[in-house]
Write a protein that binds this ligand. Structure first.
Ligand code: GLV
Ligand code: GLV
Length: 320
């Protein structure tokens, strides 16, 4: 009997083609609604492999109910939705989708930075709502991006790709990372900073670090107080790195100028979310890697990880 693969969202046939030779596939049949927890627990019970989205919590309850589980392929580069420590103990392989989304996510991060600095959503709404009656000197005037200082928190692959873009805008590039990256310092002219130094010196503070025990809530009241009053905070990694109440306070008390947020602590957020309602916030619905090409590559890589594991006993991009 072929092993069972459970896929937690409706994915295009061409992305999961490879799996058909080696597995029986069960797939949740909706593209835009996450599989309900009880359906996942019952339908995937016998599965050897899970192909998950970041909307699924792969936790102790799930591991305990899935006795055949050998691999979880997450269709995301981040995997904070998975209890990796427990997976390790239970000998379950975890894979993510690095590299294929690096440039796409860096593009979005930089676009969000520019949109926030130059008030693009506000300006686009202005004209659509028929408010453009004349040209005026400081109408919709934002702040410059070029020649400013960008501080990258989390110099992984995406951080490097953002640094490259920043260089094209003649920016000074600072970064903070768990470990120093001499090759990035050399190639991209980036300068390593302490976390406090990054907060104090950046005009644009860009958060790209993964969510871990160490980074959870690191952007707190204290951190925002250290930032320049003219600074713009950009988050394109995970919402939980930020204490949202502290960010709200900083944005409404003039401690920082604005924020561009692609991620939130609890997603999805509604139009009523306090941060979304602020004029100096540009909010996006977690679309960092959302180009059609890249989402196809991510889905295919997740499927191919399972294929390689089932066929050859070795996944392509395991996280450890
Ligand atoms: C999306 O946020 C990802 O981690 O790929
Ligand atoms: C993800 O690819 C990262 O390392 O930033």
């Amino acid at each position: 009997m072929k092993p069972l693969v459970y896929i937690t969202r409706l994915l295009p046939e061409e992305a999961i083609e490879s799996l058909k030779d080696v597995a029986t596939i069960k797939m949740w049949d909706k593209p835009d609604i996450p599989v309900p927890r009880d359906v996942l627990l019952s339908e995937a019970k016998e599965a050897t492999a899970l192909l998950t989205m970041l909307t699924e919590q792969v936790d102790e309850e799930l591991f305990n109910q899935m006795n055949n589980l050998k691999i979880v392929a997450n269709m995301a580069v981040g995997y904070d939705n998975i209890n990796v420590k427990l997976a390790h103990e239970k000998d379950v392989v975890i894979t993510n989708t690095p590299d294929v989304l690096t440039d796409t996510t860096a593009d979005l991060t930089f676009a969000l930075l520019m949109a926030t600095a130059r008030k693009l959503p506000e300006a686009a709404t202005y004209i659509k709502q028929n408010q453009w009656t004349t040209w005026s000197p400081f109408q919709l005037a934002g702040t410059d991006v070029h020649h400013k200082t960008i501080g990258i928190f989390g110099m992984g692959r995406i951080g490097e790709a953002v640094a490259k873009r920043a260089r094209g805008f003649d920016m000074t590039v600072l970064y903070h990372n768990r470990s120093r990256k001499p090759e990035v310092e050399k190639e991209l002219g980036a300068t390593y900073c302490s976390f406090n130094g990054l907060l104090e010196l950046s005009d644009f503070l860009v958060c790209l670090a993964p969510l871990t025990e160490e980074t959870k809530g690191i952007f707190n009241e204290n951190a925002f107080q250290k930032m320049k009053q003219s600074a713009i905070f950009i988050n394109a990694s995970r919402g939980a790195l930020v204490n949202e109440e502290a960010l709200y306070h900083a944005l409404t008390n003039g401690e920082i100028r604005g924020a561009g947020l692609d991620v939130f602590e609890k997603e999805p957020v509604s139009a009523d979310h306090p941060l979304v309602k602020l004029d100096n916030v540009v909010a996006l619905p977690h679309i960092g890697s959302a180009s059609y090409e890249t989402r196809m590559k991510m889905a295919t890589l997740a499927a191919n990880n399972i294929y390689a594991f089932l066929k050859e006993g070795k996944a392509i991009t395991p996280v450890y």
